[in-house]
Design a protein around this ligand. Sequence first.
Ligand SMILES: Cc1ncc(COP(=O)(O)O)c(C=O)c1O
Length: 490
Amino acid sequence: MTERTDLTLDPQNWDALRQLGHQMVDDMFAHVQQQRERPAWQPVPDSTKAKFQEGLPYRPLDAAAVYADFKEYILPYPTGNTHPRFWAWVMGSGTPLGALSDMLASAMNPNVCLGDQAAVRVEEQVLNWCKELLDFPETASGILTSGASMANLTALLVARNHQASGDMRQLGLQHESGQLVLYCSTETHNCIRKAAEVMGLGAASVCKVPVDEHFQIRTDLLELFIQNDIAGGRRPFCIVGNAGTVNTGAIDPLDTLLELSRKYGLWFHVDGAFGALAKRVPEYAEALKALEAADSVAFDLHKWLFMPYEVGCVLVRNAAAHKATFDQEPNYLLRHERGLSAGDLSLGDYGIELSRGFKALKVWMCLKTHGAFAYLALIRQNIAQARYLASEVDRHPELDLLAPANLNIVCFRYKRPDCDPAELQAVNREILMRLQEEGIAVLSATVLQGEYALRVAICNHRTRQEDLNLLLDAVVRIGNAVVDESLFLI
Ligand SMILES: Cc1ncc(COP(=O)(O)O)c(C=O)c1O
């Protein structure tokens, strides 16, 4: 048999694939346009799950048939975060233009690591815009990441290496004397603990400081813990402040955290996964002011900038410390004075990953097209919606607000005087599930001071006030029905 030497994955029939591509664009636009008419979420049927057990396809299938499978088995079962009534966890809702930009980025297919290529410049420009949005200094460095978890990890690696007594890259942690300690509130997102584990510090190096009744870190206790640790021979190295906690949206007193970090010579990092972007909203400018003086800040663009998944960002004030944590020039990555490897900016020198996709393009296209003011207005709109929801909950006799409404987050529950706490928890769990299963709205849940809470986080440019009214009615209706059913069972 003679070997073929002309194999390729380019289509044999370009026109047919182009036509299919046009069909896909039409279908996706119709899909996004009609999402309000669909359920906010629906479970994946067992028959559909079975489709994903099929083995590796060795033989080719027609692209149109594969696309038909996508439409039948995949497209109808998303998380639901493009829907106007999706408010679970903290998930942004994406945009049609963002989706198109991702398609362009894939077609162009650059590896945005190094070299004299436009994609590196686009990311550099996007990073500069991010600095401007947060009033961070122009001289700061940064990198786009997959999300805030990776952005926080990247920042904490810089903090650890910069604060270490020895050459951390060469000698590692075992040459440090005394345990390095990082401080944050008990309300801090788990990715900080995960970062400490991944960094080899261990979860024991994360000192979780209790919060007050507003879910903000107790700075009096924080200072006490730092002093005790110093007296005990441990090595405080970093304070992590929250610009919007995941549970309630609380903003730690960042100015006091900044002062304490300066007083004790610690790195000050801010996890602003969603809240950082509220810095330009006048009502939050004061609370978030100290963010601009932080040593590093992590935040997501796939949350409150509504970019399609996935894209986060880390900014580091001390660009030299940032680069010193990750830079490298092995033989196979030699830079040259001319040619492709001649670019003066190697993004691979600012993060863990070498191969990197063109995440910056969607941010670049969407910010240019919609303008930053539109995003700030939408953030403000979501905050106003959260306030509206909280005030409606507050004045409803069958609903209970469980935390002050901060930023875009509202935690509440359905209540009835004839239910004990365990029954109330069971009823609220059932409300959460029926809201999802009936396709009405997608909320998530959390536990606040021992109480099970329904949690609404609005990172959604499609939500309208009527959606929130619909939610309120549905929670009360389902709550009453669940209680009536259980009374009937007794
Ligand atoms: C405050 C906070 N930090 C970090 C994260 C992690 O972000 P990501 O899921 O983008 O990794 C989240 C996610 O919701 C968050 O709310």
